[in-house]
Design a protein around this ligand. Structure first.
Ligand SMILES: [Zn+2]
Length: 292
């Protein structure tokens, strides 16, 4: 089962609430996925549970006779025909073109939520969060775009819109907005799973970042230690360590004894502060540069 179909299955388990919301949910499904003529409303879906949900909504609202046909391709075709078609279209104030969201639906929060739920069942999909953050709604109806944008905006969700072939795609890449949207459609279990995976990923990224950072630091340390040793060897050869001031001589000897030690280790060895060690080392490097 894909993450998207799990989300749809969870949404389909929601109780049928107020009649206004049942109507809004069915409208969402029809707007986003139905082929409509005056005699037939046909909805194709890959999800058996969505097909059943459409039937439940139709029976609950209009005592409809809904026909579900399972095809060999794994697609379920849901058909409403005859006099029921006009009854539904009239009730939802849906024309065959253009498809718009009924003002009655955009008036109440409960109905807006249910419409988005239906829109997701009809034309929505979501990537598994392990693979990346992407959620989208696809529709071929241009007029629907603006209406749907304002419904999503109401919930603080601001999708981008792209044209793909002859369709309009609302897509969301922001992980916070995706989890908000999962909450809007009532997929709370899937939202929790989404958030858990997101947190795991963030912890893993942070750990990798730290490890990389530590490696980079230790390389920097190693580079510095090598440069210091070179400088000291040069001084030893040209000047003799014994001719250095005692403070510089002592750190030079310790560095040669402990070529891999960090500056902090050298400071501890000499019983001085790290900044003291750093200061002495800089003086040694300066002397070496002057010799060169
Ligand atoms: Zn409602």
């Amino acid at each position: 089962m894909s993450f998207a179909s799990d989300v749809k299955n969870e949404i389909c388990r929601a109780e049928l609430e107020d009649i206004c919301c049942v109507r809004a949910e069915l409208a969402g499904i029809i707007c986003f996925s139905a082929q409509i003529t005056d005699r037939l409303i046909k909805i194709n879906t890959e999800n058996a549970r969505v097909a059943e949900r459409i039937s439940e909504l139709g029976v609950h609202l209009y005592k409809l006779g809904v026909e579900i046909e399972a095809r060999e391709s794994g697609i379920y075709s849901v058909k409403i025909s005859g006099a029921d078609v006009l009854k539904i279209l009239r009730d939802m104030r849906l024309a065959t073109v253009p498809i718009r969201i009924d003002k009655e639906i955009s008036r109440r929060e409960c109905c807006k939520r249910s419409f988005v739920r239906g829109a997701f069942l009809g034309g929505g999909s979501i990537c598994a969060p392990q693979k990346g953050y992407h959620m989208e709604f696809v529709t071929s109806h241009y007029a629907l775009c603006r209406d749907f944008s304002s419904v999503l905006e109401y919930f603080g969700i601001t999708p981008k819109i792209a044209e793909r072939k002859s369709n309009y795609v609302f897509y969301i890449k922001d992980s916070e907005q995706i989890s908000d949207l999962l909450a809007v459609v009532g997929a709370h279990n899937k939202m929790m799973e989404f958030l858990n995976i997101k947190i795991e990923k963030e912890i893993r990224n942070e750990t990798n970042r730290r490890v990389n950072c530590e490696n980079a630091n230790s390389e920097k340390c190693a580079g510095a230690a090598v440069a210091q040793t070179h400088a000291i060897l040069l001084i030893k050869q040209k000047l003799g360590l014994e001719n250095l001031p005692p403070r510089l001589e002592s750190i030079a000897r310790v560095r040669l004894e402990l070529p891999e030690a960090t500056l902090t280790d050298l400071a501890r060895e000499l019983g001085i502060t790290k900044s003291g060690a750093n200061h002495r080392m800089r003086r040694l490097i300066k002397i070496a540069n002057e010799i060169k």
